[in-house]
Design a protein around this ligand. Sequence first.
Ligand SMILES: Nc1ncnc2c1ncn2[C@@H]1O[C@H](COP(=O)(O)OP(=O)(O)OP(=O)(O)O)[C@@H](O)[C@H]1O
Ligand SMILES: [Mg+2]
Length: 478
Amino acid sequence: MSKPIEEPQEAPSLRGRGVLVVDDEDGMRELLGIVLENEGYRVFPARDGSSALDLFQREKDHIDLVIQDLKMPGMDGVDLLRKIKETSSELPVIIITAFSTWDSAVEAMRLGAYDYLRKPFDTEVIRSVVNRAIEQRLIFSSSPESLRGELSYKSEIIGNNPLMQGVFEMIKRIAPTDSTVLIQGESGTGKELAARAIHYRSYRRNKVFLSANCSAFTESLLESELFGHIRGAFTGAIENKQGLFQAAHQGTLFLDEVADMSLTTQVKILRVLEERKVSPVGSTRAEPIDVRIIAATNKDIEAEVKEGSFREDLYYRLNVIPLTLPPLRDRKDDIPLLAGYFLAKYSRQMRKCVTNLSAQARSALLEYDWPGNVRELENIIQRHVALAGGACIETIQIQRHAAPAAIKLASPLADELRIPDAGIELEDLLENFEKAHILEALKKTNGNLTNAAKLLGMSYRSIRYRVKKLGIKEAIRA
Ligand SMILES: Nc1ncnc2c1ncn2[C@@H]1O[C@H](COP(=O)(O)OP(=O)(O)OP(=O)(O)O)[C@@H](O)[C@H]1O
Ligand SMILES: [Mg+2]
């Protein structure tokens, strides 16, 4: 049974919850005090680490969240965080920091901070991060240990369709096993959400979940990101850097877009997985690792194996447990439920009360085939909540492909960026923009892929992937 769209989820009451605010700048403490008190929170201010710690010891039972600076006179912010986490490991701590303390912010995340925000920040952002952190804490602390994992993902991954029920069942079964999981599914089907769900149901849930996007880096950067490097390993390596395999110690490492790694990197990953040891770039010392690997791809990885662009041995090592997420068009009966969930989510975020969809809007959502899956649905609802004047979204028009005139606007060369009141489909615009440039480059190079790649400043691998993704193979010279 789907929940009716008219009934958004009830949010737990946040009023009266306590927030410890630690900052040596008077102005910052006052600002946070005003924002949080307006939100109904009880604020406990402290101007340095040691008075914060005293206050925390006294009022522990009334504090549901900590917001703290990193750079303070006396006790350092990282020490404060460490001490707080020693007594209350589940208490969410949000770090606010200036750019200069960026490295310590990363260190803070490793120590279990909930999030970090860079100064200066938007008060709207702090409000939403604080609300979300406290809401999650309330859900967690009001449920018995055995239920925690279940709630933390069930409250996020939505789906009543039997295909999704199968996915939930599978997540429940595989989470405690510590096995490597390969998640497959089209873009926007919820692969990362599923990976988090597995992590939060596993015994590693109190340790970190780190994510590496294997397509976002060049080969050498990806390797240094994953394995770390030692000082002097290459130009620019001015100090030792810990890689994600080690940073995720005792937690979970999510290797996203795993099919996009080069063959060289694939060999190295394979070795790490086999030996359970990692050597930072430039070092010969292998250090033991203890991480669970969850990998994901939106490509047909079996086809890549057949083609020879993905190593078969690595494929088998990753695909110990396969999990496939169905595209949204195969589970259209979940659309009302998802739409209701996103209406509630964005109404709350934008402080609006949009709870209903007109008959036209509902059928528009049901008739469309959602190539961008849940992400596309979420984006459309978000945009319409932003534009809605009343409690109901009257019309939804979904454009599969943006008009050429709009493409021009997305160009970085456009003098002026304008977004029409009806909104745009940025994903589609970008795709068209990308397609137009690749086609133009191919035209200029008589369909030569290598030269076109050079012209566009990308690797051969990357252009080949894009040509395939965009379905413009015919533009390549045979
Ligand atoms: N079943 C679901 N219930 C609620 N939200 C979902 C669901 N599936 C996806 N989403 C939302 O859709 C968006 C995309 O999900 P996610 O990033 O997990 O997809 P993905 O499969 O990793 O996509 P890509 O391949 O493009 O990286 C996220 O904002 C996520 O919260
Ligand atoms: Mg993803």
